[in-house]
Design a protein around this ligand. Structure first.
Ligand SMILES: N[C@@H](CCC(=O)N[C@@H](CS)C(=O)NCC(=O)O)C(=O)O
Length: 281
């Protein structure tokens, strides 16, 4: 139950433009660009436009894993899209992602260049292009894609649902916090039961499903997205913690997490491996 005044929806919803909220630049009920802005293009075949949120990090993790495997064609330029400042509504970004959300990528090895948006689609595109981190056929592939799409369907309840109401909404309302905490704990239990008998989500092989799910649920249990570790009692999901810790410590994952950070001392753009080395010092 909430103690706020009950809301009676009007017959037709209308947009009351926010001015105060931290999301005033982001929240709007229409798509399309708000301003003209071309995207920069660097020297590498792959151009990534992103930010180090869980949805962004899963792609930089994969690119760094591919490079660590010796796939030199996976060299990339990573450009910062600062969603708090509305960069996702620039015309160049909307051209490569009509949905105006990071991450988005352009592959310049094809003619014409190939745009890819939605993090799951980008991961699958890269894994197939470089023939790594996705099983090629049969039940192993079905299992990997099942978990990959599980992440795409589940994480909005964690970020847009639980994270929004627990950390970002103007007030703490019991009803939505209960609703989404219950769902996120159910999701953690789904993962915990799978990982009780498996080293990685699909078995012995680490693949794009682990990367995608680690970026949300692994970071949730280890670093505490939304400062909710205690509230959600994440330590009780011991199999998830064990699996997340193993992934968290992989050198490529450590590198991937550092790319496209908008914070003052963060690595905003990555154009060469040496950018990261310099940053790591
Ligand atoms: N399903 C999308 C979700 C992407 C997404 O929600 N990105 C957020 C940052 S984590 C964003 O760009 N938000 C900006 C906005 O909503 O305007 C994906 O996996 O790529």
């Amino acid at each position: 139950m909430t103690d706020s005044t009950p809301y009676t929806p009007p017959t037709v919803w209308e947009w009351e433009q926010e001015t105060e909220s931290r999301f005033a630049n982001i929240n709007r009920p229409i798509a399309g660009p708000t301003h003209d802005k071309e995207l920069p293009v660097g020297k590498h075949p792959l151009q990534l436009y992103s930010l180090a949120t869980p949805n962004g990090v899963k792609v930089t993790m994969l690119l760094e894993e591919l490079l660590a495997l010796g796939k030199t064609g996976a060299e990339y330029d990573a450009w910062l899209i600062n969603i708090g400042q509305g960069d996702q509504f620039g015309s160049g970004f909307v051209d490569i992602n009509p949905n105006s959300k990071i991450p988005a990528m352009v592959d310049h090895t094809t003619t014409p260049p190939t745009r890819v948006f939605e993090s799951g689609a980008i991961m699958l595109y890269l894994a197939e292009k470089f023939e790594a981190f996705v099983p090629v056929q049969g039940s192993a592939r079905a299992e990997c894609l099942s978990w990959l799409f599980w992440q795409m369907g589940s994480a909005p309840y964690l970020g847009g649902g639980f994270g929004h109401f627990y950390a970002y909404a103007p007030e703490k309302w019991e009803y939505p916090i209960n609703r989404y905490a219950m769902e996120v704990k159910r999701q953690l239990d789904v993962l915990d039961r799978d990982l009780a008998s498996r080293r990685f989500l699909c078995g012995d092989e680490y693949n794009i499903a682990d990367m995608a799910i680690y970026s949300w649920y692994g970071q949730l249990v280890l670093t505490g997205l939304y400062e909710s570790k205690e509230f959600l009692n994440v330590a009780s999901y011991s199999n998830v913690v064990r699996w997340a810790t193993e992934i968290h410590e992989r050198p490529a994952v450590r590198r991937g997490r550092k790319v496209n950070r908008a914070s003052k001392n963060g690595l905003k753009e990555r154009h060469d491996a040496s950018d990261l080395e310099a940053f790591e010092k």
